[in-house]
Ligand binder design. Structure first.
Ligand code: HEC
Length: 154
């Protein structure tokens, strides 16, 4: 009997470990506000990297067709970014001003303009239109500034 019960315990332990393996500790269904703020900051930082690297290409008078993909990424991020500012996400560590929520229509309008302008930038890159790309790059860059002026602390 003692042998059997040892086997039974071993079987139970094996079953329990298999169950534990099958069900890893799940993330909560929705990200926390802190995770959302970290994700949007990371996306903004990556966009700043892309925009700065584009400027190097312009200044060096290199082909711009390599930026079709990056500009498309900026456009997609611009379209997605308003959703990354849910109510209550103006937590400590965020530089978003309360105007993001009090004037949400204005915030969304600039994001929509940024998305369209970056899509145009992608088309100009695809066509390898160097002067057109340089001019449109300045338009996109101005979208960053116009939003930060009203909706970001610095
Ligand atoms: C529609 C408004 C809007 C547009 C357009 C916009 N930003 Fe921002 N940006 C913000 C806000 C709001 C924050 C603050 C986010 C936070 O701290 O929660 C921010 C933060 C940032 C940060 C700081 C990230 C960090 O780690 O703290 C960088 C860098 C940045 N933006 C770059 C850019 C660049 C480059 C562009 C244009 C290509 C751009 N942004 C366009 C609203 C915008």
């Amino acid at each position: 009997m003692r042998f059997l019960s040892t086997l039974t315990i071993a079987a139970l332990v094996a079953t329990a470990s298999a169950a534990a393996l099958a069900k890893p500790a799940a993330e909560p269904a929705s990200p926390t506000q802190a995770q959302i703020v970290a994700a949007r900051k990371a996306s903004f930082t990556m966009s700043a990297g892309i925009v700065a690297a584009m400027k190097h290409t312009i200044d060096a008078d290199e082909d711009v067709n390599k930026w079709a993909f990056g500009a498309r990424g900026l456009s997609a991020w611009a379209a997605a970014l308003p959703a990354m500012f849910p109510a209550g996400s103006n937590i400590t560590g965020s530089e978003a001003l309360p105007t993001v929520w009090s004037d949400n229509a204005g915030f969304r309008a600039i994001a929509a303009k940024y998305s369209e302008d970056a899509a145009k930038l992608s088309d100009l890159a695809k066509a390898n239109d160097k002067p057109g790309f340089a001019a449109q790059w300045a338009v996109v860059r101005a979208d960053c500034e116009s939003c930060h002026k009203t909706y970001r602390t610095k």
